[in-house]
Design a protein around this ligand. Structure first.
Ligand code: MD3
Ligand code: FE
Length: 200
């Protein structure tokens, strides 16, 4: 895992926020997904790129069509492709293709928990996952490749980049809580997270 605190300056964070809002608008808004067990997520989400990540009663999958509007997801903005490829170079992945970017929004008052899980919906589990945090700080927890492995807590702050590569690609991880009011980037607090994935 490579944690790059404050990788993006304030102006860059504001630009990322504008890009994310534009994607949400193009997609007809964000969705609060349902887990396969029927429980609701504590965050809302949307995607851009070739495919978007979906979760519902049928399970987890990637789809070219956004069920919100029955249209393809908004295209990956060239600035985002450039950012992801530049970060992937830091972990020696010069051929990284960010095929999708998942945008998660955690409202300041949300239960703000994403339980311990592994990201394995991707067909290709080798390429890294790149995460960018915007807005309020988040208490994040990362363990090993087995659910029972011990975990380490980490604070992810606005402007941080996190690259999950190699052994950490399949690490169990969780969002324990959002610390409301720790950033002024978002008017009504909350946290926005962008995760890039090469799916195929
Ligand atoms: C560690 N998102 O969308 S980002 C997810 O803050 C997800 O929205 C969280 O977990 C969020 O699946 C955490 C940091 C992150 C992303 C992917 C990982 C950590 C990871 C993949 C493997 C290990
Ligand atoms: Fe995850």
């Amino acid at each position: 895992m490579l944690h790059l605190p404050n990788y993006f300056n304030l102006a860059q964070q504001q630009e990322l926020l504008t890009i994310a809002r534009n994607i949400a608008q193009l997609n007809g808004g964000m969705t609060t997904p349902t887990m396969p067990n029927g429980a609701r997520y504590n965050c809302s989400q949307t995607s851009c790129g070739l495919v978007g990540w979906l979760s519902d009663r049928k399970g987890y999958r990637y789809s070219k069509i956004n069920p919100e509007n029955s249209q393809p997801f908004a295209a990956m903005p060239p600035q985002l492709t450039e950012i992801a490829q530049k970060l992937a170079l830091l972990v020696d992945e010069p051929h990284y293709q960010p095929e999708t970017c998942l945008i998660n929004f955690y409202a300041a008052n949300c239960k703000s928990r994403l339980g311990l899980h592994q990201d394995n919906t991707e067909q290709n589990l080798k390429p890294c996952i790149i995460s960018i945090s915007l807005g309020d700080d988040c208490l994040f927890s990362i363990g090993g490749n087995n659910r029972k492995d011990p975990t380490t807590d980490l604070i992810l702050r606005s402007g941080d980049a996190l690259i999950l590569h190699g052994d950490s690609r399949l690490a169990f991880h969780a969002v324990k809580k959002i610390l409301p009011g720790t950033s002024n980037l978002l008017k009504n607090n909350g946290r926005l997270n962008l995760t890039f994935r090469q799916v195929y």
